[in-house]
Design a protein around this ligand. Structure first.
Ligand code: PBG
Length: 313
């Protein structure tokens, strides 16, 4: 009877699996802050994904971690850099897999910020956008189905759309981190990507958690600029934004269950304080119920492996 009247159903088709690939590793390295997640080498990532793709994994979001960092984050917009290389490799190995590439400078800057810095120590918007466009074009040339700018500079979606179109990639989609809050829940990710700012924070460009209307307005602005898919991040602390955006936009919406949300569930489950599978299912159901179509989660692998069932009992 409950199945008959169920309002919200989850399916593996909705999942996006974020993966980290580090340059210069001889073997995969477990990420301490993200139990069960690793920094992969190119080869080991393909081996890791193979059974998941066979079981129906539809999409991955690639975070390339370059060995070389500098003030301009040049490894992030190098056409031969780690992310384009991995994108190309994955499209060769799994032509039907939807491959998305993270577009940001922070894993490649020696200061850890998401852009090139001005004299005040803050990212300079337009100079950064120009480099993000180069990064997006490099990933599109490598075969990325989507580029996913996570930097939060103003005007980047229009610039990336124009850059992709003029470089001959009109069919490469843009997944915009359109409502990305300046959140404490990214802590474990910054450990995984060694991308924490050396000084300062990201409040000059990420949205303050108090700003709900602003988050919706920024997302609608990204829609106007040409985004194909909007994102709310973090997910559980921003279910209200997912719901508001669902009413305000006709685009598909992605919810990113970020590293801190994953780490909280893992820590409590490992301590025996909550049931991992039920907590994961309930959190993802809440995101879908709020209006998310796409669910970006580090749990995608465990779900595909059948360790966590998406169907309610
Ligand atoms: C980089 C970026 C971050 C995340 C995705 N891309 C961290 C940040 O903004 O500092 C967070 C993902 C997660 O926490 O799982 N711009």
């Amino acid at each position: 009877m409950r199945a008959l009247v169920r309002e919200t159903r989850l399916h593996t088709d909705q999942l996006v699996y974020p993966v980290f690939v580090a340059e210069g590793l001889a073997a995969p390295r477990a990420i301490g802050s993200l139990a069960g997640q690793s920094q992969w080498t190119d080869d080991s990532l393909v081996g890791h994904l193979e059974p998941l793709v066979t079981k129906g994994l539809r999409a991955v979001l690639v975070f390339g971690l370059p060995a070389r960092k500098d003030a301009e984050g040049s490894a992030a917009w190098d056409p031969e850099g780690v992310t384009p290389r991995v994108v190309r490799r994955l499209k060769e190995a799994f032509p039907g897999l939807c491959v998305m590439g993270d577009v940001c400078l922070c894993p490649a800057t020696d200061h850890g910020h998401c852009g090139v810095l001005g004299p005040d120590g803050l990212p300079v918007n337009d100079a950064t956008v120009a480099l993000l466009v180069r990064s997006a074009v490099a990933q599109a040339a490598a075969g990325a189905d989507f580029v996913a700018p996570s930097d939060m500079m103003d005007g980047r979606i229009a610039a990336i759309r124009a850059g992709l179109d003029s470089a001959g990639f009109p069919n490469t989609g843009i997944l915009s981190y359109s409502a990305k809050f300046a959140s404490s829940f990214y802590g474990p990710f910054r450990d995984a990507a060694s991308s924490a700012p050396q000084q300062g924070d990201r409040q000059s460009h990420q949205i303050a958690p108090s700003q709900g209307r602003e988050a919706v307005a920024q997302s609608l602005e990204d829609e106007r600029q040409g985004a194909d898919l909007l994102m709310v991040k973090p997910a559980m602390p921003a279910l209200d934004i997912i719901a508001a955006l669902r009413g305000a936009s006709r685009l598909p919406i992605a919810a990113y269950q970020v590293s801190g949300e994953y780490a909280m569930i893992e820590a409590a489950a490992n301590a025996g304080w909550l049931d991992r599978a039920r907590a994961v299912r309930e959190s993802l159901t809440a995101m879908a119920r709020a209006g998310a179509d796409v669910l970006i989660t580090y749990y995608a692998a465990a779900i595909l492996r059948g360790e966590i069932a998406l169907d309610e009992e």
